[in-house]
Design a protein around this ligand. Structure first.
Ligand SMILES: [Zn+2]
Length: 68
């Protein structure tokens, strides 16, 4: 075997989540920068669903990402 597979489950997902946490923490509604919070990630198998709730105005941001 020449291809090393990433372990299933948390590792890949955590990495993706960290990435999102770094990139988008500014609320598009009120501009609040959420330095403490982050995105919560949930996977349905082939798709990752990200959700972030602004602590300032309560706006909910969602992103979906397809896993390959
Ligand atoms: Zn906001």
């Amino acid at each position: 075997m020449s291809i090393r597979r990433t372990p299933r489950g948390t590792t890949a997902l955590d990495r993706l989540r960290e990435r999102y946490t770094d990139v988008e923490r500014v609320c598009s509604k009120c501009g609040h920068v959420d330095t403490d919070g982050g995105w919560s990630a949930k996977t349905t198998g082939s798709t990752v669903l990200y959700r972030h709730i602004c602590p300032s105005c309560g706006a909910i941001e969602t992103r979906t990402l397809s896993l390959k």
